[in-house]
Design a protein around this ligand. Structure first.
Ligand SMILES: Cc1cc2nc3c(=O)[nH]c(=O)nc-3n(C[C@H](O)[C@H](O)[C@H](O)COP(=O)(O)O)c2cc1C
Length: 366
């Protein structure tokens, strides 16, 4: 294969020129090992710099407030010290001719009282995911969260707005709202996790409302063409998420409505697990949403080089995001271009601390 492959063609991302269509997917790596949740130039800076030849890097999920945290050693983007620290990271990426968006994160009910001095995590409704939280004291059973008051919902919208502004101040090229993978927004969308009877629950429109309030709020502080968002419509059986007959119609509604905004992109995941037996599930996400969404689609999950080129050639997506392959192949783009075999990733060091399994995967290309 050569430079003619679809993955290696340039792309204009609503004003941002990308040299290729290979995106680094957002991945939590738990390397912000300090009580202030601050990244460092040496660790996160070097990690993202090594991967700067990606068409676009999307950062690890970064919490928009103290309340939003759910995992150990994840970085934040809600105070000045964090903004200053991220500046050194984005500078390294830009000095290496890269581009980087920040993923903005609130885990909702996936958090744990250990992160909040014993207080309960906040979520749309008091429904325990019956899952595990990764705390400083190891894996613990999740708890029944506290249902957010209207004021707490409004505060969360403000937190996303502030975080988006902070991310741009820190030098990011844009932000990705993490409305995916069973976290806060996904908990609002789903009828089994959102039992509210106020304006944020009940109908599909109400369950989607917080997302559109967040987009509207962010629009006030940064250009909307620098805002992307992520959705995982057919997620089932992970973090207590259960699909029902309203799940796909809810995503259909959200995605159609996203056409009203001139977003940077819509980032979609194919199902994380085999959902072919679930009558409510859509098994081919890119194909379903390509005719519905008019802007840029990034597709993710389980892609290799061949599948990535195919989905682009078939016209079902514009860009392809790679997760695990990017952990162990910092020069993924060059490997695709030069036909160099990929290095396997080691799951044992996905969430450990320090440089091992983080900065020590070697480039094998010129
Ligand atoms: C170590 C690890 C951390 C992840 N952290 C995040 C995250 O912070 N935010 C997110 O949206 N997805 C996260 N994901 C999911 C990935 O972005 C991606 O959707 C998933 O790995 C599937 O893509 P792949 O088959 O190319 O790896 C993570 C995945 C892995 C393996």
């Amino acid at each position: 294969m050569n430079k003619d492959q679809a993955l290696l063609k340039s792309y204009n991302l609503n004003g941002l020129e990308l040299p290729n269509r290979v995106v680094m997917a957002p991945m939590t790596r738990s390397r912000a090992t300090n009580s202030e949740n601050i990244p460092s130039e040496e660790l996160q800076g070097t990690y993202y710099e090594q991967r700067a030849s990606a068409g676009l890097i999307i950062s690890e999920g970064s919490q928009v407030s103290k309340q939003a945290v759910g995992y150990i050693h994840t970085p934040g983007i809600y105070n000045n010290d964090q903004v200053e620290a991220w500046k050194a990271v984005t500078k390294k990426v830009h000095d290496a001719d890269g581009r980087i968006f920040m993923q903005l994160w609130h885990v909702g009910r996936m958090s744990h009282p250990d992160f909040h001095n014993g207080d309960f995590p906040l979520a749309p409704s008091a429904v325990n995911p019956e899952s595990k939280s990764y705390t400083y004291n190891g894996f613990k059973d999740t708890v029944t969260p506290k249902a957010m008051s209207i004021e707490e919902v409004k505060q969360t919208v403000q937190d996303f707005k502030n975080a988006a502004k902070n991310a741009i101040d820190a030098g990011f090229d844009g932000v990705e709202i993490h409305s995916s993978n069973g976290y806060l927004f996904h908990q609002f969308f789903n009828a089994t996790t959102n039992l509210r009877e106020d304006e944020y629950g009940g109908s599909i429109e109400n369950r989607a409302k917080i997302l559109f309030e967040v987009i509207e709020a962010i629009k006030e502080v940064i250009p909307v063409n620098k805002v992307g968002l992520r959705l995982n419509p057919s997620m089932d059986g992970i973090f207590g998420m259960k699909m029902d007959e309203e799940t796909i119609p809810t995503f259909d509604y959200i995605i159609k409505k996203l056409n009203d905004y001139n977003l940077a992109y819509l980032h979609l995941s194919e199902p994380f697990t085999d959902v072919s037996d679930i009558p409510y599930a859509e098994t081919d996400i890119a194909k379903r949403y390509r005719p519905i969404y008019e802007g840029t689609i990034i597709i993710n999950s389980g892609f290799d080089q061949e599948k990535g080129n195919k989905v682009l050639e078939e016209g079902n997506a514009d860009l392809v995001a790679y997760g695990k392959p990017y952990i162990s192949n910092p020069d993924l783009v060059e490997r695709f271009a030069q036909n160099v075999p990929l290095t396997e990733w080691n799951p044992d060091t996905f969430y450990t601390q320090g440089k091992e399994g983080y900065l020590d995967y070697k480039k094998e290309t010129a």
